[in-house]
Ligand binder design. Structure first.
Ligand code: PAF
Length: 280
């Protein structure tokens, strides 16, 4: 596995890959890797001959008072994990490389970026889209792999790709979970044992709503209420939002149909967790 931190070295690697006619997949991450990231690598491997993973904790997507400084980082452990998984190139830029002094251009999403995560974290998605667009331009991947867990992020990246005619295919990989249902997230490392136990109510609620859907419930508010009941029963959780939304504009729906997303965010102490499922 090669590792580069600078743009000229990345571009040289990319030129060689192109000259050799090899298809490249990008897995963008903020590091502190877990099995969810490794599932993205496996997906990338199936879709391309060469896999690039970026590890960059992007300051632009953290608001004031958020966890940028304490976001978990362990580059040596990450290196070992991806080496075993056959990543071809690790791109580990510094903040100064990604955002040299004076770099103040941003990619700002439309209205779908102001809802849900965007409402709770103003500016978050402009930070995400800006860094993802930069990574797309730097790596020029044929395909890029994202996790379904961050479903609003994936939706907004898909719109950016379409609206700006970016020549990249997106692959969305199902959420990887612990055996007890908790969606894997680098932020799970913040949870104490009781918080972690209560956090299970998030997925339990979504699964209960999926059961209600399968047995005929179609009203968006009623499905949301099923999730809300589970979350309310967990003392450490405070619901941030629980929403049945359409997959294109991410607006609340009165009537759920196949493809409707049930998305929820909770606060557990200082930690914010998100999860979702797509009704089929
Ligand atoms: O999902 C993430 O880890 C980040 O939002 C991403 C896509 C790597 C951009 O910083």
């Amino acid at each position: 596995m090669e590792e580069v931190a600078e743009v000229p070295a990345l571009r040289a690697w990319r030129r060689e890959a192109r000259a050799a006619g090899r298809r490249v997949a990008l897995v963008p991450t903020m590091g502190f890797l877990h099995a969810g990231h490794l599932a993205l690598v496996d997906d990338a491997r199936r879709r391309a001959e060469l896999v690039v993973m970026s590890i960059f904790v992007n300051p632009l997507q953290f608001g004031p008072g958020e966890d940028f400084d304490r976001y978990p980082r362990d580059l040596n452990r990450d290196r070992a994990l991806v080496r075993d998984r056959r990543v071809d190139l690790l791109f580990v830029p510094t903040v100064a490389t990604m955002y040299p002094p004076g770099a103040d251009t941003r990619i700002v999403p439309g209205a779908a970026g102001d809802r849900w995560e965007g409402a709770a974290r103003p500016g978050h998605f402009a930070g995400v889209l800006t860094v993802v667009a930069k990574l797309f331009h730097l790596v020029e991947p044929e395909v890029a792999c994202f996790g379904q867990k961050d479903i609003q992020q994936v939706t907004l990246v898909r719109r950016m790709v379409r609206d700006l005619d970016l020549p990249v295919e997106l692959s969305v990989v199902p959420t990887v979970r612990e055996e007890d249902g908790l969606a894997l997230s680098s932020r799970n490392s913040y949870l104490g044992p009781n918080e972690r136990q209560d956090a299970l109510a998030l997925n339990r609620g979504l699964r209960a709503a999926a059961v209600a859907w399968r047995t005929g419930e179609r009203a968006g508010p009623a499905l949301e209420a099923v999730v809300a009941r589970e979350i309310a029963a967990a003392p450490a959780l405070r619901a941030d939002y629980i929403a049945a939304i359409d997959p294109e504009h991410l607006q609340r729906v009165d009537e759920a149909v196949p493809g409707t997303i049930l998305a929820a965010a909770v606060r557990v102490g200082r930690t914010r967790l998100i999860d979702n499922l797509i009704l089929r």
